[in-house]
Design a binder for this molecule. Structure first.
Ligand code: AMP
Length: 419
């Protein structure tokens, strides 16, 4: 596989797929440019080598051309970050884009308009009538798949090489994230620096495991994490279950959970997972106590009770001190750690203690040589909230992409470069 670090981009035109899906306020000001900064090492390396860059990205989920989702809103900031006057093409596949791409000189950058202004980027039909028949749906899908080929070919035609630095969309087989790679030979397609780091971090926790390996799965529901838990049960030594999921397990085991969040249709599944853990010799660690509240609010009255004796009218919004201790002990003895999902409703300051304890234990284990990967939506917000981002080995930028990788799925954006 080609490596970006070894590649010399001098005189090359490079199509770089980035994830510039940044949040904008109502005046189109960028409120968090983390994703743009994350792609800078890749973009700067190409420019420093004497290459030129054609940048492709999506922004939001437009269903056609939408002013709100135009990438021109980020043009000025991108120019500032790169120290280059970035050019803009108002249509990612129009004649303007082709002419501007062809005229690019070494050190120059062209930003293409939002790729998702075209249905062909995602390959999903748009504007289907709600009462469309299965036949009509099938025909519309076939049509967009057909025009997707031309769309992809056009994007590929701008460049000599292809770099994918958009880990956040690596789980999608879209035109610019996966299909485009077919138009470049193995030597001329590669991951960007960000993507490379993400892929390495995932491979390290899923394949290059130093034991004990502990996963902490939190968040609200078992149903959204079943596949991950099942896959992890074949890999980890310890699986800590935290967050709202706790109460589905507790109820399944016959405990009283009061008003705590629970998926009653997943009780059997919880028992099956407990059995599977036993069969695989995995130490399944459940909370022993809970910090319960008399309403779903930061200012609710609280008490600490055994997790299986939650009084009527109360709900568990975080783990209790005994569980914190138990979790921390397991984590501190680990050599590989994966954390996804808070232990409680960490958005309320009075219910952050458990997540903070888990974060601190991971930081301590990391300081003692463990490899720790934190990722998937809210756990990233957690480590940022507690100032722990630089005390863990790696914080992933990928939400859905990271979770699918942990589920053991092959990510199309990764496979397209590796094959
Ligand atoms: P997820 O997106 O599945 O990772 O879930 C994250 C969300 O789970 C956060 O917004 C938390 O507030 C929520 N959560 C964690 N613990 C609980 C709990 N005990 N009760 C209700 N929600 C919870």
């Amino acid at each position: 596989m080609q490596s970006i670090d070894k590649f010399n981009f001098a005189g090359k035109k490079v199509f770089v797929r980035v994830d510039f899906n940044v949040p904008l306020d109502e005046n189109f000001n960028i409120t968090d440019d983390t994703r743009m900064r994350a792609a800078l090492p890749t973009l700067k390396k190409i420019l420093a080598d004497g290459g030129s860059v054609i940048i492709g990205s999506h922004l939001g989920r437009p269903k056609g051309v939408t002013e709100k989702y135009s990438l021109k809103h980020i043009l000025a900031h991108l120019s500032e970050l790169l120290g280059v006057d970035v050019q803009f093409a108002n249509d990612c596949i129009g004649e303007e884009a082709a002419v501007k791409a062809a005229a690019l000189q070494p050190g120059e950058v062209l930003l293409l308009e939002n790729l998702r202004f075209y249905a062909e980027e995602e390959g999903k039909p748009r504007g289907l009538a709600e009462d469309a028949t299965d036949e009509e749906k099938k025909a519309a899908k076939a049509k967009v798949k057909e025009s997707q080929k031309e769309f992809t070919k056009t994007l590929a035609s701008y460049a000599d090489c292809y770099v994918n630095d958009a880990f956040g969309t690596a789980h999608r087989a879209h035109a610019s994230t996966a299909l485009i790679a077919e138009y470049f030979d193995t030597d001329n397609k590669m991951f960007g620096y960000l993507m490379e780091k993400e892929v390495k971090a995932v491979e390290r926790v899923m394949n290059d495991i130093k034991r004990p390996f502990t996963a902490i799965m939190g968040g609200s529901k078992v149903s959204t994490k079943i596949e991950i838990i099942e896959n992890l049960l074949t890999k980890v030594d310890n699986l800590i279950i935290a967050g709202g999921m706790t109460y589905t397990f507790t109820k399944a085991l016959g405990g009283k959970i009061g008003l705590s969040i629970c998926e009653d249709d997943k009780l059997d599944l919880a028992l099956e997972l407990i059995e599977k853990a036993k069969a695989n010799n995995v130490n399944l660690v459940l909370a022993t106590d809970a910090k319960v509240a008399d309403s779903f609010s930061n200012d609710a009255n609280t008490q600490i009770v055994p997790v299986n004796e939650i009084p009527d009218g109360w709900e568990g919004l975080d783990i209790g001190p005994d569980s914190e201790k138990k979790f921390a002990e397991v984590i501190k003895n680990s050599k590989t750690i994966l954390w996804n999902g808070p232990t409680g409703v960490f958005e309320f300051d009075n219910f952050t203690s458990g997540s903070r304890a888990v974060g601190n234990a991971i930081a301590e284990a990391t300081a003692n040589g463990a490899f720790s990967l934190v990722g998937g939506g809210d756990s990233v917000a957690c480590v940022n909230k507690f100032g722990l981002a630089d005390k863990v080995s790696y914080v992933s930028t990928g939400g859905g992409a990271l979770l699918e990788a942990i589920e053991g799925k092959v990510l199309p954006g990764i496979a397209a470069i590796q094959k």
